[in-house]
Write a protein that binds this ligand. Structure first.
Ligand SMILES: [Mg+2]
Length: 387
């Protein structure tokens, strides 16, 4: 729900203008392969919309087609929300720009719109985030010791940027390396990183479904001392295989959590989570949606299921997830794919001691260069004005 008085949105406040474009973003370092995809590279583009209503602007991630924008232009904002403040389903395509707009209109950060926990004059808010940028960047190196050293250097770069917790890719044996050599390298890298980051930091491993049950058991046995916080997508989710894995882990006294749910997740995923086979749900924040995720959190929290929305790629989610985390009582930690976006500044956001400090500026706190946005929009986007 939203903790603002939506009655203040009188019906004269209408969507006056909708502008859409794609914004380029760039990582400080190219990201390599994972277990199923080739090189991810230096960056890409993400879809974004700026709306204007009542003379106030709001901006955010948004994949909005032109016909849909034409249908929305001119509608009153007050009609888009339910009395409890939840955005009606048919307007959720515009949820990130609308949340930002509400923040600008009420002079509050989004995290103060979605929870009362952090409101007040001295509110300081930060969210635990992990460095998610450790890919298969060392496949060109034949020697395992040198390969581990190469990855450890990337981990050190992350630590220099303020991260403490890391998620790394594994599953080299699925496609890119021979079975035994690939698994051995996964294990050596995990154990090497644990030594580098120390015992207190959280270490997660994402296999992108490249193992099977037997390989997963071999892997978990070999990295037992690394005490992984979670293992993500060891194989494609399957209730029978996850039952076997969880039973075996319990017998072994392993406390590592199982995370799953990004991509084309099984429709039975939540049932398996409620049965205790999956501990962390990872639907993507942007495509699954901010309001839909809030509704899901209310369902997951009583079952002690953690939430950690998928957020890799696209810059925007790095920051939006912090505001979502404020309202998600069972938020585990945020996936941070560090990047810069063209024409967007992030003043006040800072990663320190493994946490993202969130500024108390209005909306999502992202500062848009209007000239640059307009240039990108005129180049490859569109602008719809209400008649
Ligand atoms: Mg993943």
């Amino acid at each position: 729900m939203l903790y603002v008085d939506l009655e203040l949105l009188n019906r004269s406040i209408r969507l006056e203008e909708i502008s859409w474009t794609e914004i380029p973003y760039r990582r400080p370092r190219a990201a390599g392969k994972n277990a199923r995809l080739d090189v991810h590279g230096r960056g890409g583009v993400f879809p974004a919309v700026q709306i204007r209503a009542g003379g106030v602007e709001g901006f955010g991630w948004c994949a909005l087609t032109r016909p849909r924008a034409e249908a929305l232009a001119g509608l009153p904002l007050s009609a888009m929300f339910r009395p409890n403040g939840m955005l009606r389903k048919k307007f959720r395509c515009l949820e990130f720009p609308l949340l930002d707009w509400l923040g600008q209109f009420f002079h509050k950060p989004v995290y103060e719109l979605v929870t009362k926990k952090f409101s007040g004059p001295a509110a300081e808010f930060s969210v635990p985030v992990y460095d998610t940028t450790i890919y298969f960047d060392e496949l060109h190196i034949k020697d395992d010791t040198e390969a581990v050293a190469f990855i450890l250097d990337e981990v050190s770069q992350g630590m220099d940027r303020g991260f403490r917790d890391f998620k790394i890719k594994a599953g080299r044996c699925g496609m890119w390396m021979p079975l035994e050599a690939g698994l051995r390298r996964d294990v050596d890298i995990v154990n090497g990183i644990r030594r580098r980051i120390g015992p207190g930091a959280k270490l997660m491993v994402d296999v992108n479904n490249a193992y099977n049950l037997n390989i997963t058991r071999e892997f978990l046995s070999a990295v037992r001392d690394a005490e992984l916080f979670w293992l993500e997508e060891p194989f494609h989710e399957d209730g029978v295989l996850y039952t076997h894995l969880k039973t075996w882990m319990k017998e072994q006294g392993m406390k590592t959590l199982i995370a799953d749910g990004e991509g084309w997740a099984s429709g039975a995923l939540l049932d398996w989570a409620k049965q205790g086979f999956i501990d962390v749900i990872q639907y993507d924040l942007r495509s699954y949606g901010f309001f839909r995720w809030l509704e899901l959190c209310a369902e997951l929290e009583p079952c002690d299921i953690l939430t950690a929305p998928h957020n890799y790629g696209g810059f925007y989610g790095n920051y939006a997830q912090a505001h979502f985390a404020a309202a998600a009582g069972n938020f585990a930690l945020g996936e941070f794919d560090i990047a810069q976006a063209e024409g967007i500044d992030t003043p006040g956001y800072r990663i320190k001691d493994g946490r993202l400090e969130v500024p108390r500026t209005s909306g999502f706190g992202l500062c848009l260069d209007q000239g640059r946005f307009k240039a990108l929009r005129d180049q490859k986007g569109y602008r719809i004005s209400a008649g």
